[in-house]
Design a protein around this ligand. Structure first.
Ligand code: ADP
Length: 354
């Protein structure tokens, strides 16, 4: 069952508004049926009757339903404000000195980018997080001095790219551990930001450079992990104590399995790398949730980069994004199974044929 449930009671007390379930939380968000799906008469297979209790039902057949349990379930009617309200306690924790990782997982087209980046009219977790960090930092300015910097990275085919760098470099970016024990990538741009306008500019630069060198931006985005790293340094003006904390906000590559017919050349390599890194992420979070003695961070660039913000006393939030459409049923079940395992719940063994 939930091995992490009683593990860190003092941390749970600090997180208000979210059911106390250890330091790994999974929120499930389902997008609305698209116009194309509606006009094609696509059936909806998701049942939200018990969404308030964190249950989501998936109609797997005419009279069969499989129910999954999460810390939150969002229906297509829930908006960006509703979603961010639940993530806010974790954002506040960063200013209290905790490392945090928030990531969106799911099939391409299920709303990962919508949740994390959002749109100009409907801004997502990334922008709202930074807006709140500045807001809270200002409220605390009599006691604390904060210094906030932002880096934007992309991991594609197990290679790290600095999306804020203006100098094209052929040098491979590698992960190193600092004397203080922090994992970092020497040489990447860490943009100091003082207000939300500066953040907006930085995010725009990051998203523009994602497009450089790819023929199809959407396809490229769905096959790479986009990672925003926010470093917060704080100084307590009364005691002189300094802390450093790190918040990762990650829009993962699409989790869909590649059709066998497409499995050739560059596409095959991409698919294998995505599969490797998403499995590594699942393995790390599961190992943490079940308090395993070995946490396999080094199995992918993604988990190695996130190491400081996964485990220890850090806090992790996963958004599992799903489609409501019958057409996506098998990918939806696969994502929900992955997310269930991440919560520390071992999936039952597959039934054996006798
Ligand atoms: P992904 O990043 O998983 O590939 P996107 O974020 O690009 O998916 O979402 C696919 C489409 O669905 C986009 O047009 C997006 O605006 C829309 N969409 C996703 N989630 C929602 C939502 N909760 N409400 C409204 N539209 C959404």
């Amino acid at each position: 069952a939930h091995a992490c449930a009683e593990s860190i009671p003092e941390l749970n007390k600090m997180v208000t508004g979210v059911q106390a379930l250890g330091n790994i939380r999974v929120f499930c968000r389902c997008r609305p049926l698209s116009k194309a799906e509606i006009s094609a008469g696509s059936a909806q297979v998701v049942d939200f009757d018990a969404a308030k209790d964190g249950d989501i039902g998936i109609l797997t057949g005419a009279s069969t339903k499989k129910t999954f349990k999460f810390d939150r379930v969002y229906t297509p009617k829930d908006n960006q404000v509703d979603v961010f309200a639940d993530a806010l306690p974790l954002v506040t924790s960063v200013l209290d000195g905790y490392n945090v990782c928030i990531f969106a997982y799911g099939q391409t087209g299920t709303g990962k980018t919508f949740t994390m980046e959002g749109t100009d009219q409907n801004r997502g977790v990334n922008y709202r997080t930074l807006e709140q960090l500045f807001h809270i930092a200002k409220e605390r300015s009599e006691t604390f001095m904060y210094n906030i910097s932002v880096s934007v990275l992309e991991v594609y085919n197990e290679q790290i790219r600095d999306l804020l760098s203006t100098s094209p470099t052929s040098k491979r970016l590698e992960i190193k551990q600092s004397a203080e024990g922090f994992h970092h990538v020497p040489g990447i741009v860490e943009a100091q930001v003082e207000n939300i306008m500066e953040v907006w500019n930085v995010l725009q630069i990051g998203s523009n450079s994602r497009a450089v060198g790819s023929n199809n931006v959407n396809e490229h985005s769905s096959r790479s992990h986009c990672m925003l790293c926010i470093m917060v340094k704080s100084k307590n003006l009364m005691t002189g104590d300094c802390t450093k904390s790190k918040l990762w906000l990650v829009d993962l590559a699409g989790s869909e399995r590649l059709a066998k017919t497409d499995a050739q050349g560059e596409r095959l390599k991409e698919a294998q790398n995505i599969n490797k890194s998403l499995s590594a992420l699942g393995d790390v979070v599961y190992a943490l949730a079940t308090k395993s003695s070995h946490i396999p961070y080094r199995n992918s660039k993604l988990t190695h980069l996130l190491q400081d913000s996964l485990g220890g006393d850090s806090k992790t939030l996963m958004f599992v994004q799903i489609s409501p459409s019958e057409r996506d049923l098998s990918e939806t079940l696969s994502s929900l199974n992955f997310a269930t395992r991440v919560r520390g719940v071992e999936l039952g063994p597959a039934k054996r044929q006798v």
